[in-house]
Design a protein around this ligand. Structure first.
Ligand SMILES: C[S@@+](CC[C@H](N)C(=O)[O-])C[C@H]1O[C@@H](n2cnc3c(N)ncnc32)[C@H](O)[C@@H]1O
Length: 238
């Protein structure tokens, strides 16, 4: 057993097969290579990438596995994290969403090198536009280092099917951010079902917060492009 598979098993109870590990490492190396000519990630060493990209991405796996079967989307995927590692681990059809076209094309090329083209599709556009085109089609979406919780909830809501899940990777959300998110759950028809806090093996703080779509939102979504991130929703006045 390699040190990575050993770590994932002992620390998180996640089994990684030899084949999956080979693909994960190949993905990381390919992204690092693309990163030399295109800014995909601030992480430049493989050692750091093993923790802050691969280990971190995989911590979301148990939460993604609890979602209904079906399509998975990684919102604001950047260098394909956690999207490609979670695709490798789940075998779900995966849509990698980013508004920067050249990043999405680069990820499609990496996916092709990993023989994942049948599973991975890139969407080069805004999440809000994807929501107009593929409303309610996603069983689960993830978001890491994208926006505040209220913005993520609003962006994800129209994409999710009933009982679909939004898995948010956060460092340490403030009380204010958490309380603003609590305030708009009902408006969006989302319910927080999990809030777990733990440390990665390098001591970084990690929180995973999961919302389930329990009913239809009480407002029309998506709002105009940009509003979810510029002017997040707040508690409706009674
Ligand atoms: C800081 S990066 C995070 C990348 C990756 N998820 C990670 O954790 O390494 C955020 C990415 O989200 C994309 N993004 C931000 N807002 C977006 C939106 N509304 N629609 C699509 N992509 C968006 C940006 O282009 C950027 O690549």
């Amino acid at each position: 057993m390699s040190s990575f598979t050993n770590l994932m098993e002992s620390r998180y109870g996640i089994s990684v097969s030899d084949n999956q590990e080979a693909l994960l490492v190949k993905d990381l190396r390919a992204i690092m290579e693309v990163n030399q000519v295109m800014n995909l990630t601030r992480i430049t060493s493989e050692e750091e990438g093993m923790v802050l990209h691969l280990e971190d991405s995989l911590t979301g796996l148990p939460y993604v596995n609890e979602a209904p079967e079906g399509l998975y989307g990684d919102l604001g995927t950047g260098g394909g994290f956690p999207g490609i590692p979670l695709c490798i681990m789940t075998g779900r059809k995966t849509v990698l969403v980013d508004s920067v076209k050249k990043k999405v094309r680069a990820l499609e090329n990496v996916a092709a090198d990993l023989d994942l083209s049948d599973l991975v599709e890139g969407y080069d556009g805004r999440i809000e536009d994807l929501a107009l085109e593929r409303k309610g089609e996603f069983s689960v979406v993830t978001a890491r280092a994208l926006s505040s919780l209220p913005s993520l909830m609003e962006l994800a809501c129209p994409l999710l099917c009933k009982q679909g899940r939004l898995v948010c990777y956060k460092a340490q959300p403030s009380h204010e951010e958490l309380s603003m998110a609590d305030d708009i759950e009902e408006l969006l028809g989302l319910k927080k079902v999990i809030h777990d806090a733990f440390e990665l093996s390098d001591g970084s703080q990690r929180c995973i917060i999961v919302y389930e779509k329990v009913s239809k939102p009480h407002i029309r979504l998506p709002r105009r492009v940009g509003l979810a991130q510029k002017t997040p929703l707040t508690r409706p006045k009674k």
